[in-house]
Write a protein that binds this ligand. Structure first.
Ligand SMILES: Nc1ncnc2c1ncn2[C@@H]1O[C@H](COP(=O)(O)OP(=O)(O)OP(=O)(O)O)[C@@H](O)[C@H]1O
Length: 256
């Protein structure tokens, strides 16, 4: 069953007097518990697509449905994690999560219980009372993930969530996310520039060219995914195919 259904989506931006179409007739579905990454060259429309799915950006035509209902703006059926740290600096890690839960309508006791459960999920129980300024970049993103998951959205939308982290922390975050996914099964749309990250985490990879979907790749690699997998011929071959598709689309666009 499909959780997110995007149909014939068109989106333009007005730049001065000109209208620039940045998404052209995009159709995409995410099945229940499917992890789908969206990759493509810079400026091809990945973040715009994710923002529309999050209900943070409008669109001219087409339809975006979550569980068969057309979305009307943002909602607690979708959790969002961005690259930039979005914690409220005047609230502790736990309070940041409680704040989102309170806005979602949970009682005070539920807010506390769910915040603590999700801090444990991202292995940050010991930092529940820390201020964002006392947390590393990776820790802040762990709180952001805990916050986005705490109200049990139907879909998690992640826009380059590990893009600002150093290589080692990024790797740890990938392990954490894949571990959470394998235990709890979530529907995830994950925008990234990193093809290795996309192959490692995903069930399916969507390659975008400028404004369009160029190709999709199933990722038939076994789970649980562990680091050794990244050296296997199946992994590197798929990585190469995705890279080749991105590059050929880029070349076509440059020649057009
Ligand atoms: N608010 C805006 N006003 C005008 N143009 C915009 C706006 N937001 C995005 N664009 C343009 O839309 C296109 C798609 O942008 P988007 O950020 O979705 O691409 P992206 O694939 O996520 O890029 P990147 O990988 O660099 O983050 C780009 O050409 C960008 O300049």
């Amino acid at each position: 069953m499909s959780v997110l259904t995007i149909s014939h989506l068109h989106k333009s931006f007005q730049v001065g007097k000109q209208t620039r179409e940045v998404l052209h007739d995009i159709s995409l579905t995410l099945a229940d518990n499917e992890f789908v990454s969206v990759v493509g060259t810079s400026g091809c429309g990945k973040s715009t697509l994710l923002s529309i799915a999050a209900g943070l950006e409008d669109y001219e035509s087409g339809d975006v449905q979550v569980d068969g209902q057309t979305i009307r703006g943002a909602g607690i059926d979708r959790g969002v994690v961005f690259q930039s740290y979005t914690l409220l600096p005047w609230l502790t890690a736990r309070q940041n999560i409680e704040f989102a839960l309170k806005a979602a309508g949970f009682s005070r006791a539920e807010c506390r219980e769910k915040a603590d459960q999700h801090l444990e999920l991202v292995q940050l129980t010991a930092f529940a009372d820390a201020w964002p300024s006392e947390l590393s970049g990776g820790m802040k993103q762990r709180v952001a993930i805990a916050r986005a998951l705490s109200y049990r959205p139907k879909i998690l939308l992640m826009d380059e969530p590990f893009g600002a982290l150093d290589a080692m922390t990024r790797h740890q975050m990938q392990e954490l996310l894949t571990g959470i996914w394998e235990q709890h099964r979530l529907t995830v749309m994950f925008v990234t520039h990193d093809i290795e990250e996309a192959v490692y985490l995903s069930d399916r990879i969507v390659v975008m060219g400028p404004g369009t979907i160029q190709a999709t790749f199933d990722v038939p690699l076994p789970r649980p995914r562990r680091e050794e997998l990244t050296a296997s011929p199946e992994f590197t071959d798929l990585q190469r195919q995705v890279l080749h598709t991105i590059r050929s689309g880029h070349t076509r666009a440059a020649l057009a």
